[in-house]
Write a protein that binds this ligand. Structure first.
Ligand code: ARG
Length: 462
């Protein structure tokens, strides 16, 4: 066959492509990940061309059968990708010629690689967003599972990393449930925004063939065709939104990881992990290091990098398609891979998490964490303003600090020296569990509240 091993533009471009440009300019090693989407979109496009009588039925049939064979070859790892044919679209078209001969020439009627690539890419982002959504939901379920037996487990809550007020371990963990729930909405929102098919926009101006864009749009699972062919081939908002959602989600998990690293540190010793998620040291025999948490914390940097790169590539890009856009896919694929690993490691870490309830309880009593409760008691029982009671409670803290005591170790007699009109009913406010359970405002840390919230969360993640 005379066109064997020729590029599609070989009649126009006579000179041989430079070896280095061929390597640098080809995207096949990255965009081969789009092969399923590309074959699906080409199949639907061909069905439409047949239905619209733009190409003969028999030719369409040959094309679709050929595409099936190519898919199975790639599935089985038997397909050889060539840099020479640049990308997944031309590699597949070239192979189609090998398999069915000149009939393959009908396939690229009324389309361009410009609408082809963005259609494939949108399909990929759709599918991968759903996959990420599953992983996030799974992680949320693991959080619920860990939280449920710990609605009565008291630990110190921190602000400025200084002991602040007693909270439950469940309530702390479920803060991350809320973050992940917002992450899901960001991915879901992108699924709504990207739900328009660009196929049929061709190079940039549309096409003079009587194509049926509603047909292809519907068959590909999009809500409707895009409205403007120029925007269609140069829009990458869906990739940016995906990378933004991924970056925010990775940021949330880096906070979780950092929390875990701190709470697991020898200074805190509040949480532990099973050995399956730890590493040792090559020199210090005693070490048990929480490496996965450190990888999660660090890799958010990769997710930020991908987002920043794509925003920069898109900035100032005139209408419409330019080769700059080819590099969008590596960014999104790597952003996806990184977040996926981060989600997997987060799930495993939480699954393998153990806690020291005793240390948590002890630490919840340190740092005068019930000082606010005492001030609140004086407001409610002694009709003071908060600023007045805050002053008295501050004096109590100064006194306890000097005596090196926790607030629940101060005797009623000593309390009375600060404020005369007190009886033993005040002592309960210095109990950290009472303090926790007193926070029963909506969204607060009381066990009752958190139990109700867990019920709701369970229903929401079913
Ligand atoms: N490999 C290209 C990309 O990823 C496909 C589109 C090529 N279009 C073109 N006019 N060169 O963007």
């Amino acid at each position: 066959m005379k066109n064997k091993n020729k590029t599609v533009w070989s009649k126009r471009l006579k000179g041989k492509t430079s070896k280095s440009f061929q390597r640098i300019g080809s995207s096949i090693n990255v965009d081969k990940r789009l092969y399923k989407q590309d074959i699906f979109a080409s199949t639907v496009h061909t069905q439409m061309l047949v239905k619209q009588k733009i190409i003969p039925f028999n030719e369409g049939k040959k094309i679709i059968n050929g595409l099936k064979k190519i898919k199975s070859q790639i599935d089985k790892g038997k397909f050889i990708f060539h840099e020479k044919y640049e990308d997944i679209h031309l590699n597949i078209e070239k192979k189609l010629f090998d398999i069915i001969g000149p009939s393959a020439g009908y396939m690229h009627t009324a389309r361009s690689r410009n609408d082809q690539v963005v259609t494939d890419f949108k399909l990929w982002v759709k599918e991968s967003s759903k996959d990420i959504l599953n992983d996030i939901t799974n992680l949320m379920k693991i959080l619920i599972k860990k939280a449920e037996p710990n609605t009565d487990t008291v630990m110190p809550g921190f602000t400025h990393l200084k002991n602040a007020q007693p909270i439950s371990f469940a309530h702390y963990l479920l803060a991350y449930y809320e973050m992940l729930n917002r992450d899901k909405k960001r991915f879901q929102n992108n699924l709504v925004l990207l739900d328009e098919s660009p196929l049929g926009s061709a190079a940039l101006s549309g096409t003079s063939y009587k194509i049926d864009r509603n047909f292809t749009s519907k068959k590909l699972g999009f809500r409707k065709p895009t409205n403007n062919s120029i925007d269609s081939v140069s829009d990458r908002d869906f990739a940016i939104d995906f990378l933004y959602a991924a970056a925010v989600c990775a940021m949330h998990l880096s906070r979780l990881a950092e929390d875990f690293i701190i709470l697991n540190s020898d200074a805190f010793k509040l949480i532990y992990f099973n050995d399956s998620v730890l590493t040792g040291s090559s020199i210090m025999p005693q070490k048990k290091n929480p490496d996965p948490a450190e990888l999660i914390r660090g890799r958010v940097g990769i997710n930020y990098g991908k987002l920043s790169s794509i925003l920069t590539i898109m900035k100032g890009l005139p209408m419409s398609y330019f080769k700059d856009l080819q590099d969008d896919k590596a960014l999104v694929f790597e952003g996806y891979d990184t977040l996926k690993d981060t989600l997997t490691m987060s799930s495993e870490l939480i699954d393998n998490l153990k806690i020291s309830k005793d240390r948590m309880y002890k630490m919840a009593n340190e740092g005068f964490t019930t000082a606010t409760d005492f001030a609140d008691y004086l407001v409610k029982e002694k009709k003071m303003t908060f600023r007045e009671s805050y002053g008295i409670s501050s004096q109590l803290v100064n006194f306890a600090e000097k005596k090196e005591k926790t607030l629940n170790e101060i005797s009623l007699d000593d309390l009375k020296k600060l404020y005369r009109n007190l009886d033993k009913s005040v002592l309960k406010v210095f109990d950290v569990k009472n303090s926790m359970n007193a926070k029963n405002s909506y969204g607060g840390t009381s066990a009752n509240n958190v139990k109700k919230m867990i019920k709701k969360y369970k229903k929401d993640t079913r």
